[in-house]
Ligand binder design. Structure first.
Ligand SMILES: [Fe+2]
Length: 396
């Protein structure tokens, strides 16, 4: 999506004969919006329709927690145990019809391939390194990377040894670079918080010619359908276009600061369908002599605000730990806890690192979110009023 890429061998023109050792290759146009949106053209050794066996369809089951009260919430995810792989280990926290937000702490390697056939994915790598092997080539990832995977990409995670901790956003819409960061030709403009050089597409394409048994699990129709192939699905000899997976490191986000406080859109990193993903990064704070260098109170009248805290001290929140999540649902005001605004005056920088997702429709909560909810965050702004001299004498 970000710009034109080409890997491996492609013919001189599209839709002409292209052969590998004399065999006519299968050209696949993988595209959006009919034949008018972004697309890539892939050249396969086998027909991508070729399946040997159609396996099970497993519907996605979401266990919803219906809290009895509407209130701000804080969840601590650090202690959530590792389980499953990068697909089966997705532990849903909250969702609506635009986005599903999951925690994933895989403990097993994938022994199959996966393709999301009905949505784009952003995987924020809080901890972990490895390689995302894809039909478009290999994509190394590390701590702090957002791995952006467009629908239709067949892939397999090959994680390195060690802790893996991801926050995953899945959407039936598209994940895009915000429109205002790009000019009419698609180039990222001066003043945007990142540039094309910060976006890393697959760098190496390995064409697999093996035969055998290769299961592919496809998310489609709100479930997982498994197919069995008799060839390795990464059988592409070349591709070009605008549709492919890529990584962007949160550490390459250039924060925008001002003399007085900048609103959350200054931190926007990606645009989704009815939601945004923002990065709060270490930065210099507001520098007007009278500035209050943490957020003002605000009412999310039309949005829900989920923040995942990655590292550093978060100056406007009390009780936050690495891996904590706050959820400020729509309809309520929120802001720094008492005393924090005063304490922040005179601060010149922050080391905070956090990922925020603001959705424009209410989020449902999972049973896991209910188990992780501390139940008391909503009262963290409450301090009993002390009787004052003025109060005692005001009726005299
Ligand atoms: Fe907020």
């Amino acid at each position: 999506m970000p710009f034109y890429q080409r890997l491996g061998d492609v013919p001189r023109k599209r839709h002409i004969q292209f052969r590998d050792n004399g065999t006519l290759l299968t050209e696949e146009v993988m595209g959006l919006e009919g034949f008018t949106g972004n697309e890539s053209i892939l050249y396969h050794l086998q027909s991508p329709c070729r399946v040997m066996e159609i396996g099970e369809f497993e519907p996605i089951v979401r266990q919803e927690w219906l809290p009895e009260t509407h209130q701000h919430r804080m969840m601590h995810t650090k202690g959530v145990g590792a389980s499953g792989d990068e697909i089966t280990g997705r532990q849903l926290l909250m969702w609506n019809s635009d986005v599903e937000i999951s925690l994933c702490r895989p403990s097993e390697q994938m022994d199959y391939f996966f393709r999301n056939g009905e949505g784009d994915e952003v995987i924020f790598v809080h901890e972990g390194t490895g390689t995302l092997e894809t039909i478009f080539g290999s994509l190394p990832y590390k701590d702090g990377d957002y791995v952006v995977i467009p629908r239709g990409t067949t892939y397999k995670f090959v994680a390195d040894e060690g802790e893996q901790r991801y926050v995953i956003f899945e959407t039936p819409g598209l994940i895009e670079i915000p429109r205002r960061y790009r000019n009419q030709y698609g180039q990222i403009i001066e003043g945007a918080p990142y540039y094309h050089r910060d976006i890393h597409p697959p760098a190496e394409l390995n064409t697999h010619r093996e035969q055998g048994e290769f299961p592919v699990k496809v998310r489609v129709r709100d479930g997982y359908q498994t197919y069995l192939l008799d060839y390795h699905p990464f059988d592409v000899v070349g591709w070009d276009g605008y549709l492919y997976p890529w990584t962007f490191s949160i550490h390459d986000f250039e924060p925008i600061t001002g003399r007085i406080h900048q609103p959350p859109p200054a931190h926007q990193t990606f645009a989704g369908r009815n939601f945004v993903i923002c990065s709060f990064c270490p930065r210099k704070l507001d520098f007007d002599p009278l500035a209050v260098p943490i957020p003002y109170h605000h009412s999310n009248l039309q949005s829900e605000e989920m923040i995942y805290y990655v590292s550093g001290n978060f100056g406007s929140r009390k009780g936050v730990d690495v891996g904590s999540i706050t959820l400020h649902p729509s309809g309520l005001p929120h802001g720094p806890q008492p005393g924090l605004a005063e304490k922040a005056i005179g601060l010149h920088e922050t080391g905070e690192l956090a990922v925020m997702c603001d959705t424009f429709s209410p989020l449902k909560l999972s049973k896991l979110a209910g188990e992780l909810d501390d139940g008391k965050y909503a009262l963290s702004w409450y301090e009993p009023h002390e009787p004052t001299e003025a109060g005692l004498t005001s009726h005299l």
